[in-house]
Design a protein around this ligand. Structure first.
Ligand code: ADP
Ligand code: MG
Length: 239
């Protein structure tokens, strides 16, 4: 069986909040196995688009296709186990240890303690987090370390699709560039399809194969690695 070229397809999506169109007749697809940067200034609809993909928001009109199947909202919880989600402010549980935070979805899917430990250790090693952190709590870690914990948690069940909403925006420049390397190592070790929201052009250039540029809920431009340079000047001027 031929694998579908696209991991996500949005078809003629229209969505309004309080009678205001946020997305209008939007059609866009995201390639399987690639990292796609979702670019655009604040308010352009990037986070809304991610939430449409994981079924947190249902469109007024149009269809969401994921893993080559129309999104089945009855099965949303189950489907979401196959969609990793990383958000800006991490969302780690403050009262849970790092090990419990990382293995949360393993516990929910009733994995054995042994396999959860192995997976937790593997992920922490891959993103360069010391095992000394296993029994610590989120507040005892730096922002960059917490963000890596968030990444480990999102990838725990090896989701074929990872959604990231400005995951590194709150980190300083040197911490961010360090995490880019871990992200790339993870992508080489366990490749998956990634959609990463960012408004930072350099981040998109470093991490992504493809880009989609949203403006006022519409696609302003999209392309692959070789097309980044063609939008750079316009993009930076528009921000
Ligand atoms: P971005 O992530 O690109 O900054 P969002 O997707 O968060 O943009 O928001 C797109 C637009 O939709 C904005 O104008 C925002 O104010 C509006 N919006 C987002 N969520 C809601 C909501 N729950 N209720 C009303 N308006 C919303
Ligand atoms: Mg947003």
């Amino acid at each position: 069986m031929q694998k579908n070229k696209n991991v996500v397809e949005l078809i003629d999506i229209t969505l309004s909040f309080q009678h205001r169109n946020v997305l209008a007749d939007l059609s866009v697809h995201f390639e399987s196995g690639k990292v796609t940067a979702l670019l655009g200034k604040s308010g352009s609809g990037k986070s809304t688009l991610l939430q449409l993909i994981n079924g947190m928001i249902i469109p007024d009109r149009g269809k969401v296709k994921i893993f080559d199947t129309f999104f089945d909202y009855q099965q949303a919880t189950k489907l979401r186990l196959q969609i990793g989600y990383v958000v800006q402010n991490v969302g780690l549980f403050p009262h849970l240890t790092i090990s419990k935070n990382i293995s949360l979805l393993g516990q929910i899917s009733k994995q054995s303690a042994k396999s959860m430990n192995e997976r937790t250790h593997f992920l922490m090693d891959t993103v360069g987090l010391s095992h000394d952190y296993l029994d610590k709590y989120p507040h005892q870690l730096s922002g960059g370390e917490q963000q890596r914990v968030g990444l480990c948690r999102a990838l725990f069940l090896k989701p074929p699709l990872l959604l990231m909403d400005e995951p590194f925006a709150s980190l300083d420049y040197s911490t961010r560039t360090g995490i880019y390397n871990y992200f790339k190592i993870l992508q080489e070790t366990e490749p998956c399809s990634v959609i990463i929201v960012t408004h930072q052009f350099d981040e998109a250039e470093i991490l992504a194969d493809n880009f989609v540029w949203l403006e006022n809920g519409k696609i302003k431009a999209q392309g692959n690695k070789s097309d980044f340079s063609s939008i750079k000047t316009d993009y930076l001027a528009a921000l």
